[in-house]
Design a protein around this ligand. Structure first.
Ligand code: ADP
Ligand code: MG
Length: 283
């Protein structure tokens, strides 16, 4: 509803946040910007009607959503959805519970357990920490020596979460994966992300190239079910297409970037987000 206030909570402003701000204002919403790097968050009701959480840091995002929820302000996404999509082990747990297909995954909470997880999954495998993005620390393990190196490197990082290994069968994807963006009950679009030069990962941050993809019914259904599994209003879903043409859900992002999807498909995602927020305020 015009006259109501949307809060955009962020840590590092990206082009996405600027575009959402513009679209929200065009629809008559007042917008309050909260930079969590500079402003503290109080467990008192702020004079906003809804909060859109856009922090890059998963913990910043989850914590700021939680503070707002604690005083009765709806956060998009909810702290729970941010936590479940921000941690790949929790995500796979929700996907499995919802009956969604995923790559075969084993969890090793320490080095010895990780070695057994790799043995179980077999080579080649992919080793990733539960929390991370842009392909960082996601390693392709083709032999024991590489695995030993990865274990050694992760031991050097002094945080428990980085000693946790999610080990997954390597899926032989056709040079690209599929990314969809879901908002409420709608899948806004789908893109392929083609591997860039010199990297096996498809992340745009690693040189991946976004190209529009046909959003078939199966992709649509998997995407919606995935968003529901983590309880997200606005999420992106990364999907692998196997050589036999079936789909596996790789991961979910609870604070999705969508610049690539906008460029490739022409879908005005910020406009859709502003409309969705207005719809939520009317409820
Ligand atoms: N099991 C896998 N099989 C094949 N490729 C993978 C697998 N897991 C990850 N990748 C590749 O690595 C990229 C980054 O992994 P991902 O799990 O999405 O972590 P991030 O959160 O850093 O994006 C994926 O987009 C994909 O290209
Ligand atoms: Mg990813």
């Amino acid at each position: 509803m015009a006259g109501q206030t949307l809060e955009i909570i962020y840590d590092v402003p990206r082009v996405e946040e600027k575009l959402i701000l513009k679209s929200a204002k065009m629809r008559g919403l007042s917008v309050r910007l909260t930079n969590v790097r500079q402003q503290h968050l109080l467990f008192d009701k702020p004079s906003v009607d809804i909060s859109l959480v856009r922090c890059i840091s998963m913990y910043n995002a989850a914590h700021s959503a939680a503070v707002r929820e604690g005083v009765g302000v709806r956060a998009i996404n909810s702290s729970e959805a941010i936590i479940y999509s921000g941690n790949k082990i929790l995500t796979v747990s929700r996907l499995k519970a919802a009956g969604l297909p995923t790559p075969r995954t084993a969890v090793g909470l320490d080095d010895e357990a990780a070695a057994k997880a790799l043995e179980n999954v077999g080579l080649p495998a992919v080793d990733k920490p539960p929390i991370g993005s842009w392909g960082r620390l996601v390693a392709l393990i083709k032999d024991e020596l590489t695995f030993k190196t990865v274990l050694e490197h992760r031991r050097m990082i002094s945080s428990t979460i980085m000693k946790t290994h999610l080990i997954q069968e390597y899926i032989d994807i056709p040079n690209r994966d599929v990314r969809t963006v879901v908002l409420g009950d709608e899948v806004l679009g789908a893109i392929y992300r083609y591997r860039g030069d010199g990297d096996w990962r498809t992340n745009v941050a690693r040189g991946g190239v976004p190209v529009t993809a046909f959003l078939n019914d199966e992709l649509r259904e998997i995407s919606i079910k995935t968003a529901r599994a983590v309880g997200g209003d606005l999420v992106s879903v990364d999907i692998f297409e196997t050589v036999d043409g079936s789909y596996l859900v790789n991961e979910v992002n609870g604070v999705p970037e969508f610049k690539g999807l906008m460029q490739a498909t022409g879908v005005d995602v910020p406009e859709k987000i502003a409309d969705y927020i207005l719809g939520q305020l009317r409820r």
